[in-house]
Each structure stands twice: as C-alpha cells, then as structure tokens.
Design a binder for this molecule. Structure first.
Ligand SMILES: NC(=O)c1ccc[n+]([C@@H]2O[C@H](COP(=O)([O-])OP(=O)(O)OC[C@H]3O[C@@H](n4cnc5c(N)ncnc54)[C@H](OP(=O)(O)O)[C@@H]3O)[C@@H](O)[C@H]2O)c1
Length: 319
C-alpha cells in the first residue's frame, strides 16, 4: 500500500514537471513590461529576459537606472521613466507601450516596484506613513495593471504580481504586510476576472533576499528616525532598551535569513512569464517554503505565541 502511494506521488511529480517544462513560442515577438528595474529582482529579470530574446520594456524610477540598463543590454530592451505613485507617469508609460507593441499587444506586465520603509510598530507610525508605502506597493500595482490591461487582453498574456511571504503572514507592524495582503487580494480577484479572456494572473511570494528592501542600514535608520520623532509618552511605553534590542534583531535576522541568490526569484518570474502552464503561486526561498508558509497555516494562538516570544518586549509590557 505504502509503495503504491509512493508511486502515485512520484507519477504526479513527473507529470507536473513535464507539464511545467513546456515554454511559449516566438519570444522575439513578445513584449514584457517590468516595473522597478533600477535594482534588485526587476533589474536582474530585465537582463535575463533580454538575454532570452524577449522584448523587454523596463520601467525605471531614475535616469541613472535607465542609462545603466540600456548601456549593457541589447537593442530589444527599451526603458521608460516610471513613478508608480504618479498616475500621469503611469499613463504616459502606458501610452508609449501601446505605440511600441502595436497590434501584438503586451505579453506580460511584472508588478515588481516596491519599498520596505517606513516600518515599525503601528503606534510609532502616522497615516501618512501608511499612505506613502501603499501608494507604491499597492495602488501602484493596481494603477500599472489597469493602465495596460487592454493590451494584455489583446495578447492573451499575463499579469505577474510580486507580493511576499508577508502577504500571507503579518509578524511586524507598519504598512508593508498591509500592502502585500492587498496585492494578494488584487491578484486573486483579477485572476478570476481575467480567466474568461485567456489572461493568466500569477503571484510571486518571495522569502528574504539580499536587495535594497532588506538593507540592514536602511531598516535600522528608519527605526531610529521613527523613534526620534515619537512623543515622550510612547517612548516611555517602549523604553530605549526596546529600540536597541530591535535594532540588534534586525541585524541578526537579516544576516541569518537573507539569501543572496536573486536568481531563485528571477527564475520563478521567468517561469510565470514563459511557461505554457505557469503556477498560480511561487514561493522562492527556503525560508518561504519551510518556515513562513507553513507558519501561515498554523492557528493564530501558536503563531502569536511564537512571534511574541521572539521579539523584544516594551518596558511596560504586561505579558
Ligand atoms: N528582497 C526581498 O527580500 C523581498 C521579499 C519579498 C518581496 N519583495 C518584493 O520584491 C519587489 C522588488 O524588490 P527588491 O527586493 O528587488 O528591492 P529593490 O532593489 O529596492 O527594488 C525595488 C525597485 O522599485 C523601485 N521603486 C521604488 N519606488 C518606486 C516608485 N515610486 N515607482 C517606480 N519604481 C519604484 C526602486 O527604485 P530605486 O532603487 O531607485 O529606489 C527599485 O528599483 C518589491 O515589491 C518587494 O516588496 C522583496
């Protein structure tokens, strides 16, 4: 009986592997629009797809990002200046993409641009802190998608959304998890809405990787800035030791957890764009597969107990 089950599982994995190896034809005719190509995953993906022969349209936040990318890529790669928080910038980019792709339509958009600060306990933050990150990580994703959706429907193409494991579990305060839960929700309803039109909507949920969003100095400086502007009563609730332990924790955890092999994420993005049968969800990173996702299925009393016992306690904690 055990061997019978083992054989069935093996057959299922072989069938899935064979199905997933099939790739779409005519890469040279397919346009892929990626946001946030100045650095990190977006930058690597732009190079990688260019090397594979796709027609890449790289959305860059800075002029330096645009020229650096253009210098070393083929003539197939073009860049557009893009600030996903500004609707004029998003529509201007969409208009130039419409002209570029013509009747072929757009094969894929990859909503990759994102930021990770300000992040901290919720009572250290203001509504403006939330709005500034949601503008990039959530509203930016929605705006960019809607701006090119008619072109994607024309090509029966794909929308690839970069969420995070923190779109599945929320172990720290601030707008990051809120924004990524929002991306997951947008991804899931768009997938249902677009299925009748032959458009696939895929989600990437990476664990911790070494890029600018997980830069220890950036996250620590952000926490210090938030602390410096706190009213005295909130500082008294937490105590300076809390800040110091949190800063140490960022240093330790980021060093332990961040994976420097960005190709694990880029490989998943590539599969979502190029496979005939892509997966609905990708979870690149060992921490995503074996820690964060299993944790997200556990009962709340277990995850709360785990996170509370592994984070510093405010000086006035009653726990
Ligand atoms: N690294 C991880 O561990 C991790 C894990 C899960 C999910 N993610 C997600 O992966 C995505 C890519 O991040 P990354 O890790 O590759 O970090 P990254 O190197 O900082 O990439 C983010 C990119 O977005 C750009 N950007 C920032 N604000 C923008 C705006 N308003 N308009 C357009 N572009 C903007 C940044 O430009 P500048 O460089 O010029 O600021 C940067 O090129 C993000 O959505 C992030 O949340 C990352």
């Amino acid at each position: 009986m055990f061997l019978y089950i083992l054989a069935l599982v093996a057959i299922w994995f072989i069938y899935r592997w064979l199905r997933e190896t099939k790739r779409v034809p005519n890469k040279g005719d397919k346009y892929v629009y990626i946001t946030g190509c100045d650095s990190g995953f977006g930058n690597r993906l732009a190079w990688h797809l260019d090397e594979l022969g796709f027609r890449v349209i790289a959305g860059c936040y800075t002029k330096e990002g645009e020229s650096a990318l253009r210098k070393l890529s083929s003539e197939r790669l073009s860049t557009v200046s893009l600030d996903v928080t500004k609707s004029e910038s998003v529509s201007k980019a969409a208009a130039s993409i419409k002209t570029l792709v013509g009747e072929k339509g757009l094969w894929a958009v990859v909503n990759n641009a994102g930021v990770s600060v300000p992040s901290g306990p919720n009572d250290w933050l203001t509504i403006e802190d939330f709005k500034s990150m949601l503008a990039v990580n959530l509203n930016g994703v929605i705006d960019v998608t809607l701006s090119v959706l008619p072109l994607i429907k024309k090509a029966r193409g794909r929308v690839v959304n970069v969420a995070s494991v923190f779109g599945r579990i929320s172990p720290f305060g601030g707008p990051y998890c809120v924004s990524k839960y929002g991306v997951e929700a947008f991804n899931d309803c768009l997938r249902l809405n677009m299925a009748p039109f032959g458009v696939k909507v895929l989600c990437i949920e990476p664990g911790f990787f070494k890029t600018s969003v997980t830069d220890t100095a950036l996250v620590q400086n952000n926490l210090k800035k938030l602390w410096d502007r706190l009213p005295q009563d909130v500082r008294d609730d937490y105590g300076r030791v809390y800040l110091e332990k949190t800063l140490e924790g960022v240093d330790q955890r980021f060093n332990q957890l961040t994976d420097s092999d960005l190709m694990k994420v880029v490989g998943c993005m590539e599969h979502a764009i190029t496979a005939v049968h892509p997966r609905y969800r990708y979870s690149p990173g060992w921490d995503a597969k074996f820690f964060w996702l299993p944790m997200s299925y556990l009962p709340t009393f277990i995850t709360d107990a785990f996170f509370l016992s592994n984070t510093p306690k405010p000086i006035k904690s009653v726990l």
